[in-house]
Design a protein around this ligand. Sequence first.
Ligand SMILES: Cc1cc2nc3c(=O)[nH]c(=O)nc-3n(C[C@H](O)[C@H](O)[C@H](O)COP(=O)(O)O)c2cc1C
Length: 316
Amino acid sequence: MNAINKLELNPDSAIDSKAFRQALGNFATGVTIMTAQNSVGERVGVTANSFNSVSLDPALILWSIDKNSSSFKTFSEATHFAVNILSAAQIDLSNKFAKRGEDKFLGVDFHVGAGAAPLLKNCSANFECEKFSIVDGGDHWIILGKVVQLHDHGRSPLLYHQGAYSTVLPHPSLNMQAKPGEDVFPGRLYDNMYYLLTQAVRAYQNDYQPKQLASGFRTSEARLLLVLESKTATSKCDLLREVAMPSREIEQATEILAQKGLLIDTGDCYTLTERGKECAFMLYKIAESHQEEVFAQYTEQEHELFKRMLKDLIGL
Ligand SMILES: Cc1cc2nc3c(=O)[nH]c(=O)nc-3n(C[C@H](O)[C@H](O)[C@H](O)COP(=O)(O)O)c2cc1C
């Protein structure tokens, strides 16, 4: 491993770090858990979305770790580390490894990789890396690794966008408009239910999202208001599961909503104020009127059949 490089940064940075982090949230990423074990058996794992590829030959990757992370010492001591690229079903694991101070590996399934770095099961991919170098990057250390072994499982990945977890859907770039005299849905693709479902969701979302954003709430804030209004979450733990956001994002969004007088932190959970309820109601109205607009041409019976088919597919 090369020596740690020191880098002097301009201390007079004019960029507000909160606003910077929020703007960076527009760059959708995957989610990884970086793991390592040192020579005395201390094991660490950190949820990280700063992962990126660097070089194909040699095979190099990088990620950055907060200088305040209690896990950094072990990463700096270990000869190897592993990159575990999370699959869409691994939100709980992402949240577990994003929290300091508990035994993060308790109840977690893993194999042991190069240099004893834990390789988590059911991921989209795992990379076993030899530590290549550590570079000073402001308030983070940039850790470079040389990939010595890879495991490509190809499972659909967990994504992270604007502070909320997300999943991949195919892009609706194919032209669905029929030319005169042609079938509306030419070809086999258009008979495929999965293809049609994903395209329908994208098309629906494309028209709906600008309406929700026009309410003045960010996606994460709107999600919180809607979940809190539905009263399905009775604790902060429930909320973490239902809102599909990491706890630090929930904390940030709830802080903003509390400042606006829309919710109160009750210790165990959060409750909406009267104004908060009105805002949630307004968001529901936007969702409902969009739904009415989209399905206006169908009968009540068709609505019910469509809902039943969707619920059957979901398994409700
Ligand atoms: C989606 C997501 C991405 C994160 N990305 C990073 C990252 O790239 N680097 C980092 O240092 N922390 C990142 N964190 C925060 C760390 O996971 C968290 O601070 C760390 O696990 C704290 O534990 P530790 O002090 O035991 O290391 C991220 C958290 C989440 C939820």
